[in-house]
Each structure stands twice: as structure tokens, then as C-alpha cells.
Design a protein around this ligand. Structure first.
Ligand SMILES: [Zn+2]
Length: 415
């Protein structure tokens, strides 16, 4: 089987999709279910149809484009990613996995390969949390990680529910039906830009992901006592911001001392009430994002933070409440998918790095229902989610080639 990726065509398709945007080029803004997103989806669907794939969409707007195998009743092999983009993003996040996945399928087709298991391109709806505050909604529903009832009630900033928004976009089916039946995929591979600097630093063009880190996010409220900045003397204070400051450092320390570099914790929001120069802060709200590749270690760090929080409460006589917004478990990638990717790299003599995905992706949720793997390509300076995000056409094409071969290995030949 001699595979050739049409690098020029793939690159020009990436440029065309980038132009379907609500931001001035080179920035890309494509919020899910906006007219712009619907236009982009329609264009990608037309490409899939042109490639001879059978296209259908579920009640949430996940798009399936299938190349039927000779054993069409057998579980399929899937690949894909997302085309929604956060405000002021770049051209490559998600898109490389969608258009690269499509080109991988076209290349297999051109080579004369005929799969035994069907090969399916899956374009996930709502990977980015921009609109509904939670990421990977499409894959959470597909995997049953989030129930249809819970998803339907989520609201966007304008107060419109997921259910209202998706119906307006033309998706009227039953959300309960989005969950994929067990054994639907025999393997799933997502091609993606690394969104970090390691491949570029190592001057290696391919990364095979061994595990996907997952975050827990918490909202923490600290209640102290307010008062006049001149009138209340230091021994009498219950300053909520000073307590928050101690807690933030305890959070940093818990991540640093977990025993592994994979533990990372971030406090990215700090709201101070009442927020006046001459008023003692009475209430502070912070957020915590804590990630790891190992659930036990992440839970351990969270317990350390909880213990610190109790100490600070007692010492400073404040009350600290935390609410878990979301706690996804990390995932290990499937050995058979990793092997399909690494075999292809070895056959070509392409060096690759085995690595951890520090961002999380739809693949994290797909891994709950199917053997899943990810293939990374470098992005310049590790930049992502910004207009100067960049991956070279050569790296994208190499990724698509290795993806195509892995899909072929997983799908088997009908001959
Ligand atoms: Zn992405």
C-alpha cells in the first residue's frame, strides 16, 4: 500500500476553513451553533460527501462521515476532532484532526485500500467550553459520561439552554439517543497539535500519547469579616483575602510536592469583595484547576489542599467552602492503538516521542467506551488558542500519513 497525502490540498482546506470565522484573520472565532459554525460544518460535510463518505448527524450535532467496510456490521474504526474555536483562536486546534483525518481517509481510498471494518470520521460538537461553560459536551454525551438530562439544562451566557440552542441549529432528535452503543468503535485515534512546546524542543515531528491528563475544577469561597481599613486593628481581623493568599500558596505547594511533575494546580480567578481600597475583604472566591495523569495522585493532592484549608480556617477564623464543578478522571491510551501508530512511525523511520497530553480532548471521553489513542504534531513555540498558532504543512501531512496507516492497521484490509 503506497499512501500519498495531498499536502497542498489539505493546507488549502485548512485555510478555507479558517476564513469561515467571526474574527479578523489570522484570528479564528467559531463558537458552536452560531451561523458561522453552521456554515463551517456545512462546508466540511460537503467535503466528506465529495469524498464518497456517508454522512449523518446526531441530535447534538456530532457529525459522522463513514466509509463502509466490507464487514459493515462490525465495529468501526474512528478518527476525528472538532472545528469549534474559542474567541481569537488559531487555525489548527481541532481542525488538523478533522481535515487531516479526512485527507487520511481520501489517501487510503486513492491507494486502492479497502477496509474490512468501516472507517469513520467523527466531528465532535462543542469541544470548547466557550458557550456552555463545559468542554467536550459532544464526546461526554457520546460516551455517556454526562446524561442527556444534565446536558439539556446547561445554559449559555444569554440564558439559552443546550436544548433550545441545538434545536434552533436544526438538531431536533432525542438527546438520549446520542450515547453510542457499547462496542461501536474497535479503536479511535485523534490527530491534534500538541498545544505545548515539547516536540518542537526535541525537534521531533510526532508524539504518541500514552495518557491524557484530566482536570478537577473547584470553586472555593472564603468568608471572613469586613470592616474599615483604619478602624479594625490587626489582632481583630478576619481578612478573607489573607486567608485566600495562604490557601493559594498551599495549593501551589500541594502540586509541587505531589512527587510527580504531572501534577499541576492553578488558581486562575480571584474575586475580592467588596473590592475597595479602604475596606477589609470580607469574601473571596477563587477557582482551582488541578490536573494529573494519575487519579490517585490527583486525589491525594486534593486531600492535602483540603487539610491545609481546614488549618487556615481554624487559624484565621474564616469559613472556607469548596464546590467541585467538575472532576474528570485521566485516561491511559490503548496499547493496540499506540502500537498501530508506533509501527507506522517505525516503518517510515520517523522518530516519535511518547508523551502525556496535558490538555484534554474529546479522546479522553471516547477512551471510556473505546480503545483510544492520540497522535500529536508540533506547533510553533507550543502556542495554541491564539491567532499565531502554527503547524507546518509538512508536519500536518506527516501526521495525516501516520494516522492513515494506523487506521488501515486497525480496520484491516478486505482483501
Ligand atoms: Zn482541540
Amino acid at each position: 500500500m503506497k499512501l500519498e497525502i495531498d499536502q497542498q490540498r489539505l493546507n488549502s482546506e485548512i485555510e478555507t476553513l479558517a476564513a469561515i470565522s467571526d474574527a479578523e484573520p489570522p484570528a479564528v472565532t467559531r463558537i458552536v451553533f452560531t451561523p458561522t459554525d453552521l456554515k463551517a460544518r456545512a462546508w466540511v460535510i460537503s467535503l466528506c460527501k465529495e469524498a464518497g463518505l456517508a454522512v449523518c448527524q446526531d441530535a447534538f450535532g456530532n457529525i459522522f462521515a463513514r466509509w463502509n467496510g466490507s464487514d459493515s456490521a462490525a465495529p468501526a474504526v474512528g478518527t476525528g476532532s472538532h472545528i469549534d474555536a474559542i474567541p481569537n483562536a488559531g487555525k489548527y486546534d481541532g481542525v488538523v484532526g478533522v481535515l487531516g483525518g479526512l485527507e487520511a481517509i481520501r489517501a487510503l481510498h486513492r491507494s486502492g485500500f479497502r477496509p474490512r471494518h468501516s472507517i469513520e470520521l467523527l466531528i465532535f460538537a462543542t469541544e470548547e467550553p466557550t458557550r456552555f461553560g463545559i468542554g467536550c459536551l459532544g464526546s461526554r454525551l457520546l460516551s455517556g459520561t454526562l446524561s442527556a438530562e444534565a446536558a439539556a439544562k446547561l445554559k449559555d451566557r444569554d440564558g439559552e439552554t443546550v436544548d433550545e440552542v441545538r434545536r434552533k441549529a436544526g438538531f431536533n432528535g432525542n438527546l438520549q439517543d446520542v450515547k453510542l452503543p457499547k462496542g461501536y468503535y474497535r479503536g479511535f485515534v485523534e490527530l491534534h497539535i500538541e498545544q505545548g512546546p515539547l516536540l518542537e524542543r526535541a525537534r521531533i515531528s510526532l508524539g504518541i500519547v500514552k495518557s491524557i491528563a484530566a482536570p478537577a475544577s473547584l470553586r472555593i469561597s472564603i468568608e471572613g469579616a469586613g470592616g474599615h481599613a483604619g478602624g479594625v486593628l490587626m489582632p481583630d481581623r478576619k481578612d478573607a483575602l489573607c486567608a485566600a493568599a495562604e490557601l493559594i500558596l498551599a495549593i501551589e505547594d500541594a502540586a509541587r510536592s505531589s512527587g510527580a511533575l504531572d501534577t499541576v494546580a492553578t488558581v486562575g480567578v480571584c474575586d475580592v469583595f467588596p473590592g475597595a481600597v479602604n475596606s477589609i475583604p470580607s469574601r473571596v472566591r477563587i477557582t482551582l484547576d488541578i490536573r494529573d495523569t494519575d487519579l490517585t495522585r490527583r486525589d491525594g493532592a486534593m486531600q492535602t489542599i483540603e487539610a491545609a484549608s481546614q488549618k487556615i480556617e481554624a487559624k484565621r477564623q474564616v469559613s472556607i467552602q469548596s464546590e467541585v464543578l467538575n472532576a474528570d478522571a485521566p485516561a491511559d491510551c490503548a496499547p493496540e492503538v499506540r502500537a498501530a501508530l508506533s509501527d507506522s512511525c517505525r516503518e517510515h523511520g520517523f522518530p516519535f516521542l511518547e508523551m502525556v497530553s496535558r490538555a484534554y480532548h474529546d479522546s479522553l471521553f471516547l477512551s471510556r467506551i473505546a480503545p483510544t489513542g492520540m497522535l500529536f504534531i508540533p506547533c510553533r513555540n507550543g502556542y495554541s488558542h491564539r491567532p499565531d498558532e502554527y503547524a507546518t504543512p509538512e508536519d500536518i501531512a506527516r501526521g495525516a500519513l501516520v494516522l492513515a496507516e494506523a487506521l488501515a492497521k486497525l480496520a484491516g484490509s478486505s482483501q
